[in-house]
Design a binder for this molecule. Structure first.
Ligand code: C5P
Length: 302
């Protein structure tokens, strides 16, 4: 039976400005999302038996029940496309949980893309995007890889040119995660003016398109969730300091944390940074990756 495979990449936010709080409790964002060449792996096949089924690999802390975001994505797809049969998915995790790298959202978006391919485009781009937005604020971005400017809750997206000079990315993943709602709660009105956020996004998008180096990008990176994330997890401050002391032009919390990332220009620099930082922070996991240049494609296995 035909099965379909797809990589579900992690993301970082090169810019994340929160410009206000909305009536629905969510926050208004201006953010530049960048996909990474570091991914979970999903495979999917259709079955005659109705419903959604998920098997997990390398994910001892994840539940494969109906609360799992991939299960929710499969069920939402089945309902929207009025499927008579079922969808069976296998997920192999690599992206850390609660790390601000969008792993769960990326898995959900990949499950939707796989289901849509298996069903020969039954839903259509717009409806698929609507289903993605109903699953979580970050999910639609993963249908707009590799680089995008997000507004609204994160679901209003404009595709951007990926970095003209690919960047190496060092991810420092501490042994604890951050709760996204908790970090947003702690923000307590420390918002950025929308006009300033828009100007910053324009400047950063231009620098990326022009092939700016890691040092040139460093002053353009910003994250309004960093201060509240540091309050929720004070250890993150030490991690940022350490990476910068070890020579990173800039270290920043990704999304709501707990991952801290640093951009560098070469794999040699990335390895040197990790080797130096690792001896001071043995409990932190370091991942060396790079910015994604294009969206992964679905592989059909007959
Ligand atoms: O949309 P998602 O379920 O990923 O959001 C998780 C939590 O993050 C929300 O419940 C909310 O507390 C916070 N959030 C927010 N504003 C956004 C995105 C997320 O307040 N734009």
């Amino acid at each position: 039976m035909t099965s379909y495979r797809l990589a579900a990449p992690a993301k970082i936010n090169l810019l994340l400005r929160v410009t206000g709080r909305r009536e629905d409790g969510f926050h208004e964002l201006v953010s530049i999302f960048q996909g990474l060449d570091f991914a979970d792996q999903l495979s999917l096949r259709c079955s005659a038996e109705p419903g959604a089924r998920l098997t997990l690999e390398n994910a001892p802390d994840l539940d494969a029940g109906p609360g799992n975001l991939v299960m929710r994505a499969l069920m939402a797809y089945g309902e929207a496309a009025q499927l008579e049969g079922g969808l069976e998915c296998a997920l192999k995790k690599h992206i850390p949980l609660a790390g601000g790298l969008g792993g769960g959202s990326s898995d959900a978006a990949a499950a939707l893309r796989l289901a849509e391919t298996a069903q020969e485009g039954a839903l259509g781009v717009e409806k698929l995007y609507e289903v993605a937005a109903s699953l979580g604020s970050d999910v639609p971005f993963f249908l707009r890889l590799p680089t995008a400017l997000a507004r609204g809750r994160g679901e209003r997206l404009r595709r951007l040119a990926p970095p003209a000079r690919p960047l190496w990315v060092v991810l420092a993943v501490p042994p604890f995660g951050c709760s996204t709602p908790e970090v947003y709660r702690r923000l307590e009105g420390r918002f950025t003016q929308a006009a300033q956020a828009e100007a910053e996004a324009r400047q950063l998008a231009e620098a990326l398109a022009l092939g700016a180096s890691a040092a040139e990008l460093a002053p353009l990176l910003a994250n309004d969730l960093q201060a509240p994330a540091l309050e929720v997890a004070p250890g993150l401050g030490d991690l940022i300091e350490l990476l910068e002391e070890c020579g990173a032009p800039r270290a920043l919390v990704s999304g709501s944390g707990s991952t801290v990332f640093a951009l560098v220009d070469s794999s040699t620099e990335a390895s040197r940074l990790v080797n130096q930082a690792l001896s001071a922070m043995p409990q932190t996991s370091f991942i060396v990756t790079s910015t994604l240049a294009s969206a992964p494609e679905v592989i059909v296995c007959e």
